[in-house]
Design a protein around this ligand. Structure first.
Ligand code: ADP
Length: 405
């Protein structure tokens, strides 16, 4: 085997020198016959002079039925009526509409059915002969595919529009029910607090009446019951406050320019006595300015630092650090502690309403992190936890940075 390719001629030519005129004619006729497209030759007045096999196949007429008849037999109206005039006009003025150009028109089969075709017409002048040749390419399949594609596209657009409308409706519904819920929570919280206050006051008065008025001395059991009632009432108060805080998150505007350094300073001032008492260390990085609600962001840091204190380890002095970073143009904040940590099985659940994993002796009703999540999400961010048991916990969230430069 040789790996050299044979040299190919630039243009493939029939070896005409070796062929007689009759043979060349026969080859040309065979090519016409074998063509996939219909090829028809007509005279200047439109009489069909020749038609290949594909014409027979495409139109359903026998060749003998077509030869000598007007080409308009292959056209539906209005092309049929216009054609003679068109040919005459062309011969008189030389102004072509199809000749030499080709365009998409309709054709009619023997059974009367109409199909789309691409017609290219050329004018042939040889000696005394003046002829027109039409090549007809059936567009039925192409159009079917185009129509199917268009129909599929329209269906897709219809479905997208429908889905979008459904989503818009659900969103509006969700907003409505969120608003209703917030309103309910807010009203319920206010209204629940009043009877609770009354119960507390009545208890205090009852105790006063018993001890000071009637001279009753409380035994251990009575003291325990009194403590139990007071604890239950303050727990109820915490719950109501939590619910109210949760409900309020949604309503606040998150469009202020907030200096997180100032926010942190306010939170630290509120907890510094606790930190001092615990001999805790607090490291705060330089914090950025973000877009949001001062009140909500204070609540966020207050809850996270409060949890760090509440879930500290008894085995080591508490260390809290507030870290700041910029990722993808957003402020990424971390509140990290060295406390008791959280098992990874609970990581996704601790942000749920009223979800408590490790009940603390220092109160908490399982709303703190739910509020944190709501605050961060209302600010367009996300919050997550990284933690292992006894390895501390890090709460990481992102906020919209305000470019100081
Ligand atoms: P609460 O503190 O009132 O129970 P939270 O929503 O603030 O409610 O927290 C939910 C649970 O997540 C807590 O019960 C606790 O088990 C866990 N948790 C929250 N913060 C920390 C933390 N810094 N370290 C360890 N566990 C935590």
């Amino acid at each position: 085997m040789t790996d050299e390719l044979p040299e190919l001629p630039d243009v493939v030519q029939l070896p005409r020198d070796d062929l007689s005129a009759a043979e060349v004619g026969a080859i040309a006729a065979a090519i016409l016959e074998a063509a996939v497209d219909a090829i028809i030759v007509i005279s200047p007045i439109g009489a069909i002079l020749a038609a290949n096999e594909a014409t027979v196949r495409l139109f359903g007429w026998e060749r003998e039925q077509m030869l000598g008849r007007n080409i308009t037999m292959l056209m539906p109206e209005p092309f049929r009526s216009e054609h003679d005039g068109y040919l005459a006009a062309y011969l008189a003025t030389g102004e072509a509409h199809i000749i030499g150009l080709g365009r998409e028109v309709e054709a009619q089969r023997a059974d009367g059915s109409v199909f789309p075709m691409f017609l290219s017409v050329s004018e042939v002048k040889t000696g005394s002969q003046h002829l027109f040749t039409g090549i007809i390419h059936d567009l039925t399949e192409r159009n079917r595919q185009r129509d199917a594609l268009e129909a599929a596209n329209q269906e897709l657009e219809r479905r997208v529009a429908e889905r979008t409308r459904e989503l818009d409706e659900s969103l509006a519904e969700l907003r409505r029910s969120n608003r209703d819920l917030d309103q309910f929570a807010s009203v319920a919280s206010h209204d629940l607090k009043t009877p609770l206050r009354n119960v507390r006051q009545a208890l205090e008065l009852l105790e006063e009446h018993l001890t000071e008025g009637l001279g009753v001395v409380f035994d251990d059991e009575a003291n325990e019951l009194r403590q139990f009632t007071t604890d239950a009432a303050s727990r109820m108060e915490d719950l109501i406050d939590g619910l109210l805080a949760y409900a309020r998150v949604q309503g606040a505007s998150t469009d202020e320019s907030v200096d997180l350094g100032d926010v942190l300073a306010g939170v630290v001032a509120a907890v510094h006595l606790d930190l001092e008492e615990l001999d805790a260390r607090l490291d705060v990085a330089e914090l950025p300015r973000v877009r949001g609600s001062t009140v909500q962001l204070r609540q966020l840091f207050y809850n996270l630092i409060g949890n760090a204190i509440r879930y500290r380890s008894p085995e080591r002095p508490l260390h809290i650090s507030i870290e700041s970073d910029t990722v993808d143009g957003r402020a990424l904040l971390t509140v990290r502690d060295n406390g008791i940590g959280i098992d990874s099985a609970h990581h996704h659940r601790i942000f749920e309403l009223f979800r408590r994993v490790q009940a603390s002796a220092e109160g908490g009703v399982g709303l703190g992190l739910a509020i944190c999540q709501r605050v961060v999400e209302t600010h367009g961010g996300e919050i997550r936890v990284e933690s292992e048991p006894d390895k501390g916990a890090a709460f990481i969230f992102d906020l919209t940075l305000i470019d100081s430069g």
